[in-house]
Design a protein around this ligand. Structure first.
Ligand code: GLU
Length: 509
């Protein structure tokens, strides 16, 4: 068993570029990558774009960006090349045509010239007779003359597998055991379409063979195709790679498979696309940790682990085939954990693109901002998503005149009346104007002493300043915030707040 798991594996992620990468696809890619890295093998990116009708030109860039974001580097692929290229199926058409001809020559496949109308009539008849619907093998055993005449007619044709007419085909899934199909139910499926493109089934078997793939990890939805792949591989005289069908990810509502777009369940939004998670401010470290435990488990006793630890321990035979819904709250929690683990300079760098967008400040200006460098450690403990910082520190990037007090009663400390709060603000203003050095610890010391002297509870004494300085009732630690702003800016804000409260008092009293 040891030998089996340590042999370098060749594992491919083979997405169809039909839409944006979602979390299910990313989980498949992650498991592929983990296994390749665990065994010291190769991770291959292959693009399965033979269904031209469903091709989405934006998809490929999104896919690669998603993989790179998570740190899943590929050893062979469309952009990096490799010894078994091309890695885009539409560029491999001559290869599939060659192998289809080989199957025709060996009697394992044949051309079928049935028109769509004929196929529909066939199904109609089967429906009327209550028979299972599908191709009735009409062109499998036609005479050489009839075949020649059909070929000469110029009618388009497809290549179909000549499936065995008896027996059972059994294919093994490493974590699920045998999957069997009665050969009579395999109604000579199409291998090569009339446009010359292969079907998924033909292309996947040929490519996995030519690219020397040792392990196929893919979504559970492909399990029903596995026996057909075995029949095609048998026709060539090839072995299939080891198959592992990954558990489906369920919708948060528990109803069926997870959607490929964000959904709202009981008023809460659940993201599905990788780029949505990136934009929402998730860290790749957290996502990596999170997804590794979706269908596999690092250690029930240890929720947080590194990439290296996951690589060292990951093994395909331990994948759990049971479908489960994503534990979204855990992802958010993990994100907070990884945010707290970052060096403040690194966190600042990661926050900058978000802050730039949210606050409308140039990235370079933010990079040079001493205020930002000082604020990041103050909010590091308080955010779970990179998008949450802007709202906590935006006040520091405003002019004093932009901090307004539409509701001056917020400047009134708990248990105080408006005049008492005004008195508190004036006392504090005098301290701010004179304290030397202008540092958070000293400010706090003086404010505490002033609160005592005034006979006001510390909390009630501090609260008006928080609102005066930041314009809000919740903020990063007060005195650090004041220190970050500096004396002149803090005084300007206090003066505005005092004026606002005076106006309020004047009106009311
Ligand atoms: N192209 C298939 C997909 O889009 C890949 C299935 C497989 O891995 O065999 O999921």
């Amino acid at each position: 068993m040891m030998g089996e798991t340590t042999k370098p594996a060749r594992v491919r992620f083979a997405p169809s570029p039909t839409g944006f990468l979602h979390l299910g696809g990313l989980r498949t890619a992650l498991f592929d990558w983990l296994y390749a890295r665990h065994t010291g093998g190769q991770f291959i990116l292959r693009i399965e774009d033979t269904d031209q009708k469903r091709y989405n030109p934006e998809s490929l860039a999104d896919l690669m960006a998603g993989l790179r974001w998570l740190g899943l580097d590929w050893d062979e692929g469309p952009d990096v090349g490799g010894p078994y290229g091309p890695y885009v199926q539409s560029e491999r058409q001559p290869i599939y045509a060659h192998y289809a001809e080989q199957l025709i020559a060996s009697g394992h496949a044949y051309r079928c010239y049935c028109t769509p109308e004929e196929l529909e009539a066939m199904r109609e008849e089967q429906r009327a007779k209550g028979q299972p619907q599908g191709y009735n093998r009409r062109h499998r055993n036609i005479s050489a003359e009839e075949r020649a005449a059909l070929a000469a007619s110029g009618r388009p044709s497809v290549v179909r597998l000549a499936a065995p007419l008896e027996g059972t085909t059994v294919v093994h899934d490493l974590i699920r055991g045998p999957i069997a199909v009665e050969n009579t139910t395999v109604l000579d499926p199409v291998l090569l379409k009339s446009d010359g493109m292969p079907t998924y089934h033909l292309a996947v078997v040929i490519d996995d063979h030519l690219m020397q793939i040792t392990h196929v990890l893919r979504g559970e939805e492909w399990i029903s195709s596995a026996p057909l792949h075995k029949l095609i591989a048998d026709a060539f005289g090839w072995e299939l790679p080891v198959l592992i069908h990954l558990p489906v990810i369920l919708d948060p509502s528990g109803k069926g498979k997870m959607s490929k777009r964000k959904t709202v369940v009981a008023g809460k939004e659940y993201l599905a696309l990788v780029h949505e998670f990136v934009e929402a401010g998730y860290l790749p470290e957290a996502m990596f940790n999170f997804l590794t435990n979706v269908g596999w488990n690092y250690d029930p006793e240890q929720e947080v682990f590194t990439r290296e630890q996951a690589i060292a321990r990951f093994d395909v035979k331990d994948i759990n085939p049971t479908a489960a819904a994503l534990p979204y709250p855990k992802l958010e929690w993990l994100n907070g954990v990884y945010i707290r683990e970052l060096d403040p300079e690194e966190l600042t760098e990661r926050l900058i693109p978000f802050l730039s967008r949210q606050l409308g400040i140039d990235e370079e200006a933010l990079r040079r901002s001493e205020r930002l460098a000082k604020l990041v450690p103050l909010v590091q403990e308080r955010i779970k998503l990179l998008t949450e910082a802007a709202d906590k520190i935006d006040w520091a990037f405003k002019e004093a005149s932009e901090i307004t007090y539409p509701d001056p009663t917020l400047l009134i400390g708990k248990g105080l009346d408006a005049r008492q709060s005004l008195d508190v603000l004036v006392r504090g203003r005098d301290l701010l104007a004179t304290v030397e050095p202008f540092s958070a610890p000293l400010l706090e010391e003086r404010f505490r002493a002033a609160a005592e002297e005034a006979g006001v509870k510390v909390g009630s004494f501090f609260a008006p300043f928080r609102v005066a300085i930041t314009g809000r009732t919740v903020s990063p630690p007060l005195f650090e915030s004041i220190e970050v702003l500096g004396r002149a800016e803090s005084l300007a804000r206090l003066d505005n707040a005092i004026q606002a409260l005076r106006a309020y008092v004047g009106e009311r009293v």
